[in-house]
Structures are given as structure tokens and as C-alpha cells.
Design a binder for this molecule. Structure first.
Ligand SMILES: Cc1cc2nc3c(=O)[nH]c(=O)nc-3n(C[C@H](O)[C@H](O)[C@H](O)COP(=O)(O)OP(=O)(O)OC[C@H]3O[C@@H](n4cnc5c(N)ncnc54)[C@H](O)[C@@H]3O)c2cc1C
Length: 402
């Protein structure tokens, strides 16, 4: 087998465009294939890109794509549903030049990465849903739902939590795991929450979790996590009307001494919701000249706030490995060695945080009593510190160890 010179990248979300840019920088010509007609529209949610994700983009000179979108967010302040202050944790030390994490609309992140990839000459083909792929000694052939095919030396599965590539690599691969929480949220006009921009207020309410941050223009960006023990179907979720979401949230937050209901009531427009998933550890990240990156390999519950950052880190690391190993299988193995331990730790941490959001009345008392200790440790430097999460620097020029 020779060194990979061409790649098919399946998925035009976060990991896909970044993988294509990084591969291009590594001397590999990469084309992105996205199932939907346009990956950046109708996403509706917002997320936090933490300093490690921004640093990974910087490793390939692409962090400027984020200029002018989102707003700086540096810490999370936790409260119980009674309004009691539980503690505060930073969202990573600033990078050397003072850059901090940002909160941005998911659609804006998709669009920024897509535009930067296009500016660099990466081809992105839309309306191309991968249905099958076959790897051989000479390369990989991908088949799309529209009947077309494409060939290259390797295929990168950046196709998200319901990855088709994952099952093509290993038909027995674990499936996404339902985390018994729903996600909904929106944007409320400026109100008098007394919160300075840059801080998330995170509330472990009696019945549900509520979080919000204030943008510099005063808009309140909020989300809520209604518990939902049984996994809803996509149809069931889509059938929930905005009025039903509002009623549900009103009931869930009725017993809390927080601004949740005021913020929700003042939010104009439609509300929508998503179910929460993460990935159990996957035995095989690669096989038959195909490899997984981003959520396809290691989706984490949104509670970790790290899914997009991990997708970016992994995409850049994958390209370094392909650059430095002539044999694609050896490159993919080096990539797994670099990434597996870190991402599985993130997924586990996200699952623990999600569990804290769904405890019953007894667990709640215990949680609220122990949370200040846990948060002090998380913010500190000793055991329990979360500094490892945000400190991950990629030296693009450094060779990847054999
Ligand atoms: C409610 C919510 C809140 C979140 N909050 C945060 C947060 O605060 N911080 C954070 O870092 N992350 C957060 N995340 C997670 C983050 O959005 C994901 O981790 C990130 O988008 C993963 O990027 P990805 O490229 O791997 O997958 P995706 O962004 O899902 O992209 C996958 C792409 O592949 C395409 N695709 C799928 N199948 C095929 C196919 N067969 N053929 C071709 N294309 C295909 C899809 O259409 C999609 O465009 C959140 C997620 C949710 C749902």
C-alpha cells in the first residue's frame, strides 16, 4: 500500500470540513460529501467551542474563520433550584494570546468551517448520502444514494452520531446510546437577569436542568434538559408543538426560584427539541481503508460541552497521522493511539454530568450537598481538576511518533 494522496470525506458538519482542510494541508486531496442539500441551515441550536477546539483550528491556521461570530464565554456558575450558589468553574485557561472559548450558533459554526474549506479550494458536494463503500488493496469506492460513485485512497467517516461509515467498518459496531434527557432552547430578548456576558448560569432545578448565558447585546441564550426516561422516536419529537414545549417547561420549572420561566416566556417564535445520545466505546475506529472522526467515533452528551471541540481536534490529528505514515492502516492506528483515551474520558465525563441532571428527590439533596466540593475540585489543580480537558495543544509540524 502507498501513502494516501486522495480522500473521500463523508459528512459536511464540523469534523468533515476540518478533516478536509487538514488533509489538504498534509498533501492529500480531499472532497467532502454531505447528505443534505446544505449542511449549515435549520440546525437551530447553539454550542460552546472551548479553547482546545479553537487551538486545534489554529494548528491549521483556520481559527480566523470564527472571527465575528459568537461571543466569549469563560466560566460556568452553578446554582440549585432554590437559587443557592453551588460554585463556579472556568471553561479553560485563555490561550497565550488571550483567546477564550466562544458560544455560537451551531449553524454559524458549520457555515464558517464550510466557507473556510471552500476558500482553500476544498470541493464540497451536497445531496450525496453515502449508502455503501468497499475498501480494497488499491483504494476505496463509495456509493451514494443518487446512484453515483467516487473513489480515493482512503475514506473518512465524519458522518455524525448515526454514522453509516461506522457500520461499514464494523457491522457489529455499537449503536448510539440514548441519554435520558431532551434538549430544547432559544433566544430571549434582553432581561434583567443581572448576569454579565461571558458567564453561563447553570441551574440544577428540582425537576430539570436549565442553563443560560447573556450575549453582549443582552440577548439571553438558554437551553433546558427535560428528563425523558424512554427514548422518543424522531416522529414523536417532531410532533411536540411549541405550546406543548412551553407548557412542559413551565411545569418543570414551576417549583424553582430561578429566572427560567421568565426567560422561556419571553422567548419569541418556535421551540424544538432533540434527544440526547452518546457513543459507548467503539472497538474498531478504522478498517478497509476507512476511518471515523468526530461524533461518528465518540459522540459525547452535550453536557460535556466538548463534542465540536473533540471533532476538530481529532480531524487535525488524523491528518497529521496520514501525513507521517505511508501505510493508511498504520496512520489510522497512530491516530487511534493519539485520540482514544482522551475522547473516551470526555464521553464518560459527559455521561456523569448528564446523570446528575436526572436524579430523583433523594439524589437531588445529595447532589446539591456534594456539588460545591466537586466544583471546587474541578476548578482547582489537584485531583478532580478539569484542566486536562482544555489543555490540548497540537503542534502541526511535529512528526507523529511511529
Ligand atoms: C443540543 C446539542 C448541544 C450541543 N452542545 C455542544 C456544545 O456546547 N459544545 C460542543 O462542543 N458540542 C456540542 N454539541 C455536539 C456537537 O454539535 C457535535 O459534537 C458536533 O457537531 C460533531 O461534529 P461531527 O462533524 O462529528 O458531526 P455532525 O456535526 O453531526 O456532522 C455530521 C454530518 O454528516 C452528514 N451525514 C450523515 N450521514 C451521512 C451520509 N450517510 N452521507 C453523507 N453525509 C452524511 C450529516 O448530515 C452532517 O452534516 C451539541 C449537540 C447537540 C445536539
Amino acid at each position: 500500500m502507498g501513502a494516501a494522496r486522495t480522500a473521500l470525506v463523508i459528512g459536511g458538519g464540523v469534523a468533515g470540513p476540518v478533516a478536509a482542510m487538514a488533509l489538504q494541508q498534509a498533501g492529500v486531496q480531499a472532497t467532502v460529501y454531505e447528505a443534505y442539500p446544505n449542511s449549515a441551515d435549520d440546525v437551530g441550536a447553539f454550542l460552546t467551542l472551548q479553547v482546545n477546539g479553537i487551538a486545534a483550528l489554529r494548528a491549521i491556521g483556520a481559527d480566523h474563520a470564527l472571527d465575528g461570530i459568537g461571543f466569549a464565554t469563560t466560566s460556568m456558575r452553578f446554582r440549585s433550584g432554590t437559587g443557592r450558589y453551588l460554585g463556579e468553574v472556568g471553561i479553560g485557561e485563555p490561550l497565550a494570546d488571550g483567546t477564550v472559548g466562544i458560544t455560537l450558533r451551531r449553524a454559524d459554526l458549520y457555515r464558517a468551517l464550510r466557507d473556510e474549506a471552500l476558500r482553500r479550494g476544498v470541493t464540497i458536494e451536497y445531496g450525496k448520502r453515502l449508502v455503501d463503500a468497499t475498501g480494497s488493496a488499491s483504494g476505496v469506492v463509495a456509493e451514494f444514494a443518487d446512484g453515483t460513485t467516487a473513489t480515493a485512497d482512503v475514506l473518512v467517516g465524519a458522518d455524525g452520531v448515526r454514522s453509516r461509515v461506522r457500520t461499514l467498518i464494523d457491522p457489529g459496531a455499537p449503536r448510539a446510546r440514548y441519554v435520558p434527557l431532551l434538549n430544547t432552547g432559544g433566544y430571549a430578548p434582553a432581561h434583567t437577569a443581572g448576569l454579565e456576558p461571558g458567564t453561563y448560569e447553570m441551574i440544577f432545578g428540582k425537576k430539570a436542568f436549565f442553563g443560560y448565558a447573556v450575549a453582549p447585546d443582552g440577548t439571553v441564550w438558554w437551553f433546558a434538559n427535560p428528563p425523558r426516561p424512554a427514548e422518543p422516536t424522531a416522529g414523536e419529537l417532531a410532533a411536540v408543538t411549541t405550546d406543548q414545549w412551553r407548557t412542559m417547561l413551565h411545569e418543570l420549572f414551576a417549583g424553582d426560584n430561578t429566572p427560567a420561566r421568565t426567560i422561556i416566556d419571553s422567548t419569541p417564535g418556535e421551540l424544538a427539541g432533540w434527544a440526547t445520545y452518546d457513543m459507548p466505546p467503539i472497538p474498531n475506529w478504522h478498517g478497509n481503508r476507512m476511518v471515523l472522526v468526530g461524533d461518528a467515533a465518540h459522540a459525547t452528551s452535550p453536557s460535556s460541552g466538548q463534542g465540536a471541540s473533540m471533532a476538530i481536534e481529532g480531524a487535525v490529528e488524523l491528518a497529521r497521522c496520514v501525513r507521517d505514515h505511508d501505510d493508511p492502516a498504520a496512520a489510522f492506528e497512530a491516530y487511534v493511539r493519539l485520540r482514544r483515551e482522551r475522547v473516551e474520558r470526555v464521553v464518560a465525563a459527559g455521561a456523569r454530568t448528564s446523570n446528575q441532571k436526572t436524579v430523583g428527590p433523594v439524589g437531588r439533596v445529595l447532589r446539591d450537598a456534594l456539588m460545591p466540593i466537586f466544583l471546587r475540585r474541578a476548578a482547582g489543580k489537584g485531583s478532580g481538576s478539569v484542566a486536562w480537558l482544555h489543555r490540548y495543544e497540537i503542534d502541526w509540524d511535529a512528526p507523529v511518533a511511529a
